[in-house]
Structures are given as C-alpha cells and as structure tokens.
Design a protein around this ligand. Structure first.
Ligand SMILES: [Zn+2]
Length: 444
C-alpha cells in the first residue's frame, strides 16, 4: 500500500548508460526506452530510436540502477512539519535515487489509529513525489502498554508496525504483538534498546566517551534486547525486522537467530557503515549524535561483514530531520538523528565501494532490498516493468550541503564531506521525480 501524487508517465530514451541490476544479472551498457512510464525495450548501445515526443538522456559514462527503496524514514508529519513534511521528505528521497520510502509513526499524534493513517495516506496522494508507505505503531501513543488495533490498521494500509524511537520494552506486550502480527500480517519492526542500560547516554560507551566525559550507550543495550525479541519471535513464530543495527554483538545476535530459524531480518544505516565514534574526537558536532550512536571501528567492520554475508538484509537511512535551532544545542541536549536520504548512495559508494571494500552491485542490491521486508515488489530493470530507475554519475564529486538540501532539515552527518557519486535523475512509479540541476535533458 503505497501512495503518491499522480505523475506524468515518462517517455524517455536513456542512451548507452551502464545498466547494473544485480537481481536480474544485467551489468553492461544499454539503451533503455521508457514509454508511458514502463520499460518498453532494452537494446545494445545506439540501437534504439527515440519515438516522437520522447526525451533523450545521454547516459554514456553514467550508471543506471533499479530505484532505491528505504524502509525507514521519518517524514515528521503530522505535527512536526517544521522539521519535514511529505513534500520535502519525498523531494529528498527522489534526490537520493529513492523510488519508495516508508514513514515511521512517531509523529504528533502518533500513527496509532486507522483514521490518522487514512488521512496521512490521503495527504501522500496529494504531496508525495515518490510513493510512500507507512508503518503504524505497536502500542497506543507509543506508551509501551496497550496494543493498537493491528488488524484494523492493516486493513487501513499499514505496511507493518513499529514503536521506532523506542523499544517495545515489556516482553509480554511484544509477545502479544507477535500473536496479532501472525494473524494480521505485516512485519514488526523493532528499535532495539534497553532503556535501563542506555539511560541518559548520548554516544557510544567506549574509550571515546570516557575521554570526552560523556555518558555512554553500551552496545549490549541493543544486543540483549535483540536476543530477547528473537527468542520471543521464534517462540510465537512471528516475523520481526531489526532496525538500525549498530553493534558487533547485535550482528552476532541476529546471525544466531537466523541460524536458529527465526523469521528475522535486519537493516543498517549509511552512517553506521561509514563513520565511527572517533569522528566525535575531531568535533563534538550534534549532527553526529544519533540513536543508536556511532560505535567503534570493530562494530563498523562487523556491520560490513554482515552486509556481505547476508546477516544484514538491507540498507535503511533512518532519515531523521530536525530543525536547525533544535540541533544548535550543547551536545548533551541536542535531539538524536541525522538526515540521510540525499547522501546514502554517495556516502557508501565513497566510503566502501571506491576503496574496494564492497562491490558496487552489493550496494545497489542492498539499497533496494528493503522492499521485500515490507512485502513490496523489488525494483528491476526489465522489459514490461514500471520504470523505477536511478541514473548516477559515479565520477562526479560534490560537497555535501554546498547547495543546500531538498530536505527541510540540514542535520546531515556527512555535511561538509566530499563524496563521489551523484544522482542525476530518478524515475519513480513511471514518472520523472528528480533531475539534478546541472543535468541537461535533450528533447528528441
Ligand atoms: Zn529507531
């Protein structure tokens, strides 16, 4: 159940771009013809003619991927539109190459009832530039006590459930939620953090927090809750998805649960794959404050290994916009979160693909595989499929934030860094959702 505003179906000929679709095994230059929003034909470079009225995009030297799908973003509406809304959030998504995103329910009010969800979906049909889906909360008002009407929320279009921002702290409540989830369908997405361990921590607990004299959030606050919830999911035969994995111990907990046959999937964020708490030694920048926190190098290495071996199923940004005045606070007081939609591809491409740590195909695959976790169709570059595409210049270098952001917020943890890999155009749900400013499109 995804919603977006109506788009004009695209008629495009993308000439000679290197098409990389890891799932269908295409990895070579092609002409790609899009007619009426559908992929009409793939041909050898120079073999396809642009039909009357179609736009021609010179793709030579550029790469064309299946569009990215993000199962974890905060669009902040209703109630926190000073941070972001559906229009600005999906603008940012399109600029990052995303063709679908899934919004979290920790808004004001919380998305915990069918009327709130239905009005949000209606808003998405007016404003969303790329299709948007929504998760509903597990507990009413995120209070951790009383379950929402999960079956009714599913009927209203909830893709799944989460109390993201908070854990489902009481095991008995999660057990009940798993029982309902089995009946209602949809996955239970879990923010794993034991608040009795994370306490007032503002960063990863380790040598850097000790040096800075800041309260830490230990890795075990995440991994112990994953172990508990995996045991419950196994016992109830429910299906869970672990959000924003950050620690080595958490990777071990997920791997053990998978080996034991639990229906469990996991995501990792671009920032946890590319940054560590050492960045805070250079500058105590509130843009580097997020939950879960940036952890140690050994954690980062464990996350990369887990992405490679399949323990981690997908990459999710946890795009968490905040207003400038909210982040312009002392580190201890600033809210947690970083934006991520506009930088996800380039951050990981620069941090992991360029140095040869992971192959490009793995990055492309994991940026779109989140769709499957929420039972959404996987994007693919195949004849007859709706066009969900992203065109990227892998050679282009850019400074994050230099021309501002499409997002309403500017709390990006990669701000000021020079990244390689620039999204030039995004086609979402068959329509052109984004074109980079300097990128020219020639009419046929
Ligand atoms: Zn979270």
């Amino acid at each position: 159940m995804l919603d977006s505003r109506p788009t004009q179906p695209a008629d495009l000929l993308i000439r000679g771009a290197h098409v990389l679709d890891p799932r269908s095994g295409i990895d070579a230059p092609h002409d790609v013809l899009v007619r009426g929003g559908e992929i009409a034909e793939l041909g050898a470079p120079g073999s396809l003619e642009a039909p009357e009225g179609a736009e021609v995009i010179e793709g030579e030297g550029k790469h064309l991927f299946p569009g990215f799908v993000d199962p974890h973003v905060h669009l902040r509406t209703p109630g926190q539109e000073h941070k972001e809304d559906i229009d600005s959030g999906t603008r940012a998504a399109a600029a990052g190459g995303y063709v679908a995103v899934v919004g979290m329910p920790n808004t004001t009010p919380v998305v915990d009832s069918a009327p709130i969800l239905l009005s949000l979906r209606e808003q998405a049909r007016r404003e969303a530039r790329v299709p948007v889906g929504f998760l509903a909360s597990v507990t009413r008002g995120l209070d951790g006590e009383a379950l929402t009407e999960m079956a009714e929320l599913r009927d209203a279009g909830a893709l799944g459930f989460t109390d993201d921002g908070k854990p489902v702290h009481r095991a008995g409540i999660l057990r009940k939620a798993l029982q309902y989830q089995r009946l209602a369908g949809g996955v239970l997405c879990l923010h794993e953090e034991d608040p009795t361990l994370s306490g007032r921590g503002v960063m990863h607990e380790g040598d850097v927090s000790a040096r800075l004299g800041l309260a830490g959030i230990p890795s075990v606050s995440e991994s112990t809750l994953i172990a508990r919830d995996a045991a419950l999911a196994g016992y109830e035969q429910g299906r869970i998805h672990i959000q924003h994995l950050s620690a080595r111990e958490s990777v071990e907990a997920v791997a053990a649960a998978k080996a034991g046959g639990v229906q469990i999937t996991a995501e990792v964020s671009p920032h946890h794959l590319t940054l560590t708490h050492d960045a805070l030694l250079e500058e105590l920048d509130t843009r580097l404050k997020m939950n879960p926190p940036l952890r140690a190098e050994e954690d980062r290495q464990a996350l990369i290994a887990a992405l490679r071996d399949g323990t981690i199923d997908c990459i999710a940004t946890d795009h968490a916009p905040h207003a400038r005045e909210e982040k312009e606070m002392p580190f201890e007081e600033a809210p947690m979160g970083t934006t991520g939609l506009e930088t996800a591809f380039a951050a990981i491409f620069t941090g992991l693909v360029v140095p040869g740590v992971i192959p490009l195909a793995l990055l492309v695959e994991k940026l779109s595989s989140g769709a499957a976790i929420l039972d959404l169709p996987l994007t693919a570059i195949e004849t007859g499929r709706r066009a969900d595409l992203v065109l990227v210049d892998l050679e282009a270098e850019w400074d994050v934030g230099e021309h501002g952001y499409e997002s309403r917020a500017e709390n990006c943890c990669f701000a000021g860094r020079t990244l390689r890999g620039r999204v030039l155009a995004t086609v979402a749900a068959g329509g052109v959702a984004y074109r980079e400013r300097s990128f020219s499109v020639v009419a046929a």
